[in-house]
Design a protein around this ligand. Structure first.
Ligand code: SAH
Length: 213
């Protein structure tokens, strides 16, 4: 489905105004139709800069936040990327345009099943969707060049830090659930981890264990 060109121009203009200036990120967001990742009921609001409800009581993040997180991750074409919190699959689809390979994991099977179908429907072939508790990462696929967590953790999860390649970058919202959290960029350097606070955000919490659905 191709979106209305005028709406798309406005969307990209808004993203630029929000500080998303990386051309590769903007091109990815131009190519991937957010409307294809939300339920029909919300498809006509897909180009508004708001989070929208998806199944299992979760949300697809606000486009400007997706853009900012993706830009902060500074993904390179040869990178292997892990996303924790597949949700709708939209963020994974954006990452697929920038990286060599994307692994994405969610604790809700209902969500991963739909996300996988939507990603496939877009003709994307470099994304692997998994179901499970992503706070332990994917040890079999580690290390990762980039890790993006799209649910709020109380602290950057230790297993994820361990699975970050030296020189790698992780972006993660940190804070208590239901309060304002900080988006943190963690860089793995020769002398340990460097932490940079990017902005305040509000995400659903990172929850332990696999969900019943
Ligand atoms: N990135 C998504 C939005 C994420 S919403 C998108 O583009 O649509 C946050 C997601 O994190 C929810 O789907 C929730 O189920 C998931 N989540 C929460 N805790 C988790 C955990 N421990 N492991 C994996 N996924 C988790």
């Amino acid at each position: 489905m191709v979106h209305n060109p005028e709406q798309l121009m406005e969307f990209l203009f808004h993203l630029r105004a929000k500080g998303i200036t990386d051309t590769r990120v903007l091109t990815a967001m131009e190519r991937i139709d957010r409307g294809a990742f939300v339920d029909g009921l919300f498809a006509d609001r897909a180009y508004e800069d708001v989070p929208l409800p998806i199944a299992s009581g979760q949300t697809i993040s606000q486009p400007s936040v997706v853009g900012l997180m993706t830009q902060s991750l500074n993904v390179q074409p040869r990178d292997k990327v892990l996303e924790v919190g597949t949700g709708s699959g939209y963020q994974a689809a954006i990452l697929s345009q920038l990286a060599r390979r994307v692994y994405t994991i969610d604790r809700h099977r209902t969500l991963t099943r739909t996300a996988q179908a939507r990603i496939e429907a877009q003709g994307i072939t470099n994304v692997t969707v998994m179901t499970g508790d992503g706070s332990f990462g994917l040890p079999d696929q580690a290390p990762f060049d980039r890790i993006l967590v799209t649910a709020a953790a109380e602290d950057p999860p230790g297993p994820l830090l361990e699975q970050l390649r030296p020189g790698g970058i992780m972006v993660v919202p940190v804070g208590q659930s239901d309060t304002v959290q900080s988006l943190i960029k963690v860089t793995s350097g020769p002398e340990g981890f460097d932490y940079e606070e990017l902005r305040s955000v509000r995400f659903v919490p990172l929850v332990e264990g696999r969900a019943a659905d």
